[in-house]
Write a protein that binds this ligand. Structure first.
Ligand code: HEC
Length: 125
């Protein structure tokens, strides 16, 4: 074995370790599940969920806040990338309480951001 072969063999052996240390790719499908569990009870469309209410509280508050300038449904918003979403979720926003890392991990937030980006694209007309 010459030196080059040894170097190549060592690099090949280390490759999986290097890849696993890299930033994980956000998972929109996992983000959808977390969104439906943790966010949709307030930010969903509300149809059929609660017949006593026209809209859910998050959706209604954002409808009043933006008066149609932005969609009231988070799933139609394309302006909530992970760094923006993380600030809202870690600090709370007016009547929405903050989420602790034990309730919602950083990976959950990245996954939700990936899901919102995807759902906004498919709801754009
Ligand atoms: C208990 C109800 C509730 C839950 C659960 C909830 N929210 Fe909210 N959220 C609200 C309300 C109400 C507002 C509007 C606050 C205001 O008046 O500005 C809001 C605002 C926001 C905003 C700010 C948007 C803007 O443009 O001002 C973001 C982003 C957001 N929520 C994301 C989420 C995500 C993601 C989840 C799930 C992890 C979530 N929320 C869970 C009630 C909730």
């Amino acid at each position: 074995m010459n030196k080059l072969t040894v170097v190549v063999a060592v690099l090949a052996a280390a490759l999986p370790l290097l890849l696993s240390a890299a930033e994980p790719v956000a998972d929109a499908a996992a983000g959808k599940q977390v969104f439906q569990l943790r966010c949709a009870p307030c930010h969903g469309a509300g149809r059929g969920g609660d017949p006593g209410r026209e809209m859910l509280p998050g959706t209604d508050a954002l409808r009043i806040k933006y008066k149609g300038a932005l969609p009231a449904l988070l799933e139609q918003r394309s302006d909530l990338p992970e760094p923006v979403l993380r600030v809202y979720l870690r600090h709370g926003s007016w009547s929405m309480p903050a989420f602790r890392k034990t309730e919602l991990s950083d990976v959950d937030i990245a996954n939700i951001a990936a899901y919102l980006a995807l759902s906004a694209r498919s709801s754009a007309h």
